[in-house]
Design a protein around this ligand. Structure first.
Ligand code: CS2
Length: 518
């Protein structure tokens, strides 16, 4: 039965909200692994989304529980004041449900396969809003007890120039932050890079001890990328002491690269109902994701950190083989399934996998990209097998439109570097039929409606959406449209690869007819 056909869930009836006071009412196996009252804020995290709550927070909670060290997280929401309010109302507690795809859960009459265990996570000790609580965020960034800062702010949160990879100082939110009065301390800034650079600068001025900043977003070389952005910000700031700040940052702040992995779709009302039914208390902010999780970190920290290895995190000298494998195979396949699926009317990843082309697409894309991956990473055949199983998880309702959003920033990480490597200069390398098909799916989903308004793919958002839609001028040759779309991504080299743009354009008629032909 498809998830769409499921009966509507009943609204949850639990009236008492989740809170520290409510914990004794939960079954022992549902309570946090740590006593939240015993934790202290030693980690600041930017990005309060479902992924953080199901990933770094869980590793940190288990690390604290197993080591007896009081590692707690204050999470900072860059935008959503509502999430901060809701989390504070629950004493920063929330539940995690592992959707194993095997067992069943029946919240309020709903019968949804795959609802596994639900338990409360206690690692988050505070929630702040980056704007309204700017002074508190800065105080924590300068606090000697805080020695780790982590980030999950998505590709969009970095404001990288597509051409240089450095900070896009002309982006209006970055320019506005740079124009903040004096040194920006305590001022409400709009960008995470601005807040982070400002807070770290204050830490350097105060002579506080070293700190490690850990980017957990899906970008190649994410540590070095973030370091460059923070340094660029300081360089562009009108601070008289910026040279000194830069010198100190170089010595006292480490930016290791990391690979994070866990599939965690945005929570739905059904997830809220299921969590409430499982716990017997109301949880406004539950997360539900697959049981699988992985964290690989570059072992180059500047200061004490939670012993995440006690919960299975891997510390290695070089994350590149793991990072590129995950980014290009998992995220690359996700984006391919999303755009091709959206083009032919599918809704979720599991739904796309159920199409006759779904599994073939994942396997063919992995095989095509595998030669671009450095040695030392996972076996790509076994990795593809695992992906097929994970993507097929019937309990996960991972919307294609969620994955297909912000594609202009995602596919530049997930597909284009491999495409360049495979094609070689001027398209003289090997064939890339699967990446061409994926690109056609993406191109198709950037099309405006026939009346020129909106997009054919409802609910998909992208900061470059208008620029992409404008590429579809009336009467334009399809290959020219594809070339123009690639230029919007900053990929002029690929736009000039005539064989590539023609091959992509040639795929469009089949998609328009509802067929994905591998
Ligand atoms: C997804 C990722 O939304 C997306 O773009 O590809 O969030 C993916 O689910 C995670 O990276 C899995 O670790």
């Amino acid at each position: 039965m498809s998830a769409d056909a499921l009966p509507q869930s009943q609204p949850q009836t639990q009236t008492q909200p989740l809170s520290r006071a409510a914990l004794p009412r939960l079954a022992p196996g549902q309570r946090p692994a740590v006593d939240p009252a015993e934790l202290r804020t030693r980690v600041v995290h930017f990005g309060l989304g479902a992924f953080h709550r199901a990933h770094q927070a869980v590793y940190t909670e288990n690390a604290a529980a197993r080591s007896g060290q009081p590692w707690g997280i204050t999470a900072v929401a860059p935008r959503s004041a509502e999430t901060v309010r809701a989390l504070r109302e629950q004493d920063c507690l929330y539940s995690l449900t592992e959707l194993d795809g095997l067992t069943e859960r029946r919240p309020g009459g709903e019968r949804r396969p795959g609802g596994g265990a639900t338990r409360v996570v206690g690692a988050v000790t505070g929630a702040l809003h980056m704007g309204a609580d700017a002074a508190d965020v800065d105080a924590l960034l300068a606090d000697p007890e805080v020695t780790v800062v982590t980030l999950t702010v998505t590709e969009k949160g970095y404001h990288r120039s597509p051409r240089t990879g450095g900070l896009d100082t002309s982006a209006p939110p970055v320019a506005a932050d740079l124009a903040a009065p004096s040194d920006g301390s305590g001022t409400a800034l709009g960008t995470v890079v601005g807040r982070l650079a400002t807070g770290l600068a204050a830490r350097m001025r105060a002579g506080a001890p070293p700190v490690t900043v850990v980017s957990c977003d899906n970008m190649a070389d994410n540590g070095a990328a973030l370091e460059r952005l923070v340094h660029d910000y300081v360089r562009a700031a009108a601070w008289p002491d910026r040279a000194t700040v830069l010198d100190r940052l170089a010595l006292a702040v480490a930016f290791p690269s990391t690979v994070v992995d866990r599939i965690v779709p945005a929570a739905t009302d059904a997830d809220r109902d299921a969590a409430g039914a499982a716990l017997g208390v109301r949880d406004a902010l539950p997360v539900a994701g697959e049981p699988y999780r992985q964290w690989v970190l570059e072992d180059s920290f500047a200061a004490p950190r939670p012993p995440w290895e006690l919960d299975g995190a891997l510390f290695v000298p070089d994350v590149a083989p793991y990072q590129l494998t995950k980014l290009r195979l998992l995220n690359g396949s996700h984006s391919a399934l999303a755009h091709l699926g959206l083009a032919v009317g599918r809704t979720t990843i599991a739904d796309a996998m159920a199409a006759d082309w779904g599994e073939r697409l994942v396997r063919a894309l992995c095989a095509e990209i595998a030669p671009t991956l450095p040695a030392g990473g996972p076996d790509t055949g076994a990795y593809a097998d695992d992906l097929v199983a994970r993507f097929r998880n019937p309990a996960m309702r991972h919307l294609l439109r969620q994955i297909g959003s912000d594609a202009s920033l995602k596919i530049t990480e997930r597909w284009l570097p491999a495409l360049r490597e495979l094609r070689g200069q001027g398209g003289r390398g090997v064939g890339t039929p699967v990446l061409e098909l994926a690109l056609a799916g993406w191109a198709y989903t950037t099309r405006p409606c026939d009346d020129g308004t909106g997009s054919v793919t409802e609910g998909v958002t992208d900061p470059a959406r208008d620029a992409l839609a404008a590429c579809w001028g009336p009467g334009k040759r399809p290959a020219d449209v594809v070339g123009a779309l690639l230029r919007v991504l900053g990929a002029a080299d690929l736009a000039e690869d005539t064989a590539l743009v023609t091959a992509v354009a040639d795929r469009l008629p089949a998609l328009r007819a509802g067929r994905v032909e591998i």
